[in-house]
Design a protein around this ligand. Sequence first.
Ligand code: FCB
Length: 471
Amino acid sequence: MSIISNAQPAPAVRALTGLPADFRFGVATSAYQIEGAVGEDGRTPSIWDTFCRVPGAVSGGENGDTACDHYHRMPQDVDLIASLGVDTYRFSLAWPRVQPHGSGPANQKGLDFYRRLTDRLLDRGITPWITLYHWDLPQELEDAGGWPARDTALRFADYAALAHEALGDRVTHWTTLNEPWCSAMLGYAWGQHAPGRRDFGDAMHAVHHLLLGHGLAARRLREAAGDNPLEVGITLNLGTADPATDSPADQDACRRADGLGTRLYLDPLVHGRYPQDVLADLSARGVEMPVRDGDLESVAAPLDVLGVNFYQGLQFSGTAEDGSTLDEEGQPVTRVVPRGLPTTAMDWEIIPASLTELLLRLERDYAVPTVVTENGAAFHDTADADGRVRDADRTAYLADHLAAVSAARARGADVRGYFAWSLMDNFEWAYGYGKRFGIVRVDYDTQQRTLKDSALWYRDTIALTRGEPRP
Ligand code: FCB
């Protein structure tokens, strides 16, 4: 079931309660999804440029060549962000713009773009929050083996150091990776994202090298910052995993889903070890993690903040619809069982209570301060004849998830911020431009931006929560 956009009254604007005065409100984007200008000023191709050209890889054969043309419209886009009254803007650097080909010296023209962007943000009183890697690996590094190859982790650490050298005087908040689960699983196991490979063993090697890359980069960032302020983190896509029934098979399916989705990342990042049960499952599939001496110490570099991207909580069964417990590869079945809740245009179930539960679980098991670095929804919204986008369902989604964050705080979770995904409609990876996540509408023919009702609601809610007059 998908909610029909605009079919419900928008939630009222009220101050959010239970959030500290320094709680961050932000909006988020990523480079390939908005910048365009893929061949300009020395940028070289990334794996997404290549993948978009594979027939059938991206819906409608679309690509990020132009996207939201943000590379050319950056000044106006920053003004738009400022008009929302948010205090933080999370964006990513395009590695092949900063360091073409993925090795060698930095590209000053590419860096200049990010210098101008960060300066303008700071000018408007907005904190820049950089993600170093939001999936656009330089193509040459993929040709040399990609994330399954250890050398990519070392290249990533060098790139992090280059980026900090250029921007560290004005940027304090650095996220190494966005959603390594997606890079590894969607990119290397399931072939749904760039580079489109399908090999589970390679995907697990990619996991280790992504985590190693994170740890090595975090160390380089800290060395570079010296005594200057620095907050280093990583962003993971996380959710909750509930068993469809109490049966041992369903509970074991949950253990596996949580193991491969959450603990495989957070246990090494925070506790410096891979979870034993997951390693045993992998061994049974003939896969060993390529860990070398010292790697896990590197992976477990201190984290100032854990970025949480939350979209849904899932329910799992260990039995296929036909009753079998093994899949066609002879592996135990781990099947998602929908709960029958309303869904977004992605067919993702809307379940804000899972966000509260997740934040509490992260507090309990990992105790690292968190920021919700992405949360939001795609709906089939359209502009009305008067130009307005009455996206009441997106507004309700944001309101319910912000309430879920407040509830988690009230129950003891140290969650320090919330960034809406996304500032504006953009290139939604394999779905192309068909899925609109923005609180700002983009007309791709004219590149005109229009604040949707959800953006106005977010702006007014932030102002009221801060005790400022409603804009
Ligand atoms: C996340 C990605 C982000 C966007 C949202 C909808 O997995 O980090 O780029 O695609 O999903």
